[in-house]
Design a protein around this ligand. Structure first.
Ligand code: NAD
Length: 482
């Protein structure tokens, strides 16, 4: 069993206290590694190292930083199998999917390496007698908070954008999934980076996370996680007025109109609902199905969901692995119980597999509820597990109003052959991303981020870069021409 170390100031170190905590394999419940349990002095050290690296890194030209980011992308791509292995054993990602997820990381590094080269300055031609320019400057030392549901993808949304714009970073992985991020440090270590450019501190949110979020040495927080923690981060950051971006939860509606291509919608719904065992902020939480296609959609959806092979993440045939932890399985099962108690009709799943070896891991079978109504808990709260909820609407209902009747606003889907109608609906839906007849995810070129309690600020695209910079306006008077 490996004892991991934290990456601070370019060195691999134990926690000053010597304390550690366990990392588990969710497919077996076994302890697979020990990880340092950081304390305040370790965090102070990581921030001091990042502050020391800041003048070195921020003074490099965008072209120099871009070149280093490209080297990082190549190194990560070369080491993808090692990262995928940890994704399998620490997160439970099936082997058939792990490699693809990892490769999104070098893609985001390359994307930000390219688009940041001509990003830092801009002339504003507002008046002939004045010269204005906008200078973009790094925020400084950024704390990057990573959720456990996609540790590498979450990191790819933040780290290359922060680095490309001249910032230095302290990364705080989730304590449920720290190994992949620590491995990423090991992969980047040989690139001769300034010591302290990237630091990784490990431990629980309640201690390590809170210390980091309230620390005066942190200039910006980029956070991915739950709404509840996001609100806490905001409160902590307010003490020193730190800029914060929040990528929080979702309860994403999928509206299927009476003229939709049902087969295509069902096919697309499978990865959207059950991909990553439903542990995705973008997962579809609520299906609003027109009464004319409600039964057909449900029947076809269940038939497809039954084909999903739930099993050992190491098995090539496995399409859906376990959820991340025992606590999380309890949480998902709590929602299933509440759906039954509130009168929804369970038509698939709802239980754990009982046959060995799956009985030892944290599995939940693909689960489908019909007859869900707007006020049920399973229709309102983020389940973050493989659970589909079907709600029926008719022509007299305001389905967009129903979709908007939520505290969340991350993403939404619309299925219809009438594209102008779908676009009119998209204009009315309060969400950061709308998919019409599909669900395109994971492209670094377009912005990602929510409305309402799903958070604010964007990741990916040029908008994602903008979050990591101060914008300074510099103006001078040209005087009158003689
Ligand atoms: P979480 O809020 O429990 O943890 C997120 C991060 O914050 C972790 O690093 C954690 O250690 C840290 N943390 C926890 N409590 C803290 C505290 N009191 N102070 C400071 N830091 C603290 O979230 P999670 O359970 O890891 O992730 C699941 C959630 O993340 C879901 O709600 C999901 O929708 C959301 N998510 C959103 C996006 C997005 O892009 N919008 C992407 C992935 C996940």
């Amino acid at each position: 069993m490996k004892n991991y170390k934290m990456w601070i100031g370019g060195k691999w170190v134990d926690a000053g206290s010597g304390k550690t905590f366990p990392a588990y394999n969710p497919a077996t419940g076994e302890e697979i590694a020990r990880v340092p349990l950081a304390d305040k002095p370790d965090i102070d050290e990581a921030i001091a190292a990042a502050r020391k690296a800041l003048p070195i890194w921020s003074k490099k030209t965008p072209a120099e930083r871009s070149e280093i980011l490209c080297k990082m992308a190549d190194k990560i791509a070369e080491s993808a199998p090692e990262l995928a292995e940890l994704d399998i054993i620490n997160h439970g990602t099936p082997v058939a999917m792990a490699g693809g997820g990892v490769m999104m990381l070098p893609e985001t590094f390359k994307y930000f390496a390219q688009v940041s080269r001509s990003f830092m300055g801009q002339v504003i031609s507002a008046r002939p007698d004045k010269f204005f320019y906008l200078q973009r400057e790094p925020r400084g030392v950024c704390a990057l908070f990573i959720a456990w549901n996609g540790p590498l993808i979450n990191t790819g949304f933040k780290l290359p954008a922060a680095l490309a714009t001249g910032n230095t970073c302290v990364i705080k992985p989730s304590s449920a999934c720290s190994l992949e991020i620590l491995k990423l440090g090991e992969i980047l270590e040989n690139l001769d980076l300034p010591a302290g450019l990237i630091n990784i501190v490990t431990g629980p949110g309640g201690t390590v996370g809170e210390t980091l979020a309230s620390h005066p040495g942190i200039n910006m927080i980029s956070f991915t996680g739950s709404c509840e923690t996001g609100k806490r981060i905001l409160a902590l950051a307010s003490q020193t007025v730190k800029p914060v971006t929040l990528e929080l939860g979702g309860k994403n509606p999928w509206i299927v109109l009476e003229d939709a291509d049902i087969d295509a919608a069902v096919k697309s719904a499978m990865p959207s609902c059950f991909g990553n065992t439903g542990m995705a902020c973008a997962a579809t939480g609520r299906y609003y199905l027109h009464e004319k296609i409600y039964d057909e959609f449900a029947e076809k959806f269940v038939a497809e969901a039954k084909k999903i092979v739930v099993g050992d993440p190491r098995d090539e045939k496995t399409m859906m692995g376990p959820v991340v932890s025992l606590e999380h399985r309890d949480r998902v099962e709590g929602y299933i119980k509440s759906g039954i108690e509130e009168g929804a009709k369970l038509i698939l799943g709802g239980q754990r597999p009982t046959t060995p070896p799956l009985d030892k891991g944290y599995y939940v079978m693909p689960t489908v509820f019909m007859n869900v109504t707007q006020n049920m808990k399973i229709a309102r709260e983020e389940i973050f597990g493989p659970v589909a909820c079907f709600l029926k609407f008719s022509a007299k209902d305001d389905v967009v109003g129903m979709a908007n009747d939520t505290d969340y606003g991350l993403a939404a889907g619309i299925w219809s052959r009438d594209i102008p109608r779908a676009i009119r609906m998209a204009n009315e839906i309060q969400a950061g991303t709308i998919w019409i007849n599909g669900d395109i995810l994971g492209m670094p070129d377009y912005p990602w981020g929510g409305y309402k309690e799903s958070g604010y600020g964007k990741e990916l695209s040029i908008s994602g870069l903008e979050e990591f910079v101060h914008k300074k306006a510099i103006a001078f008077d040209l005087g009158n021409e003689k």
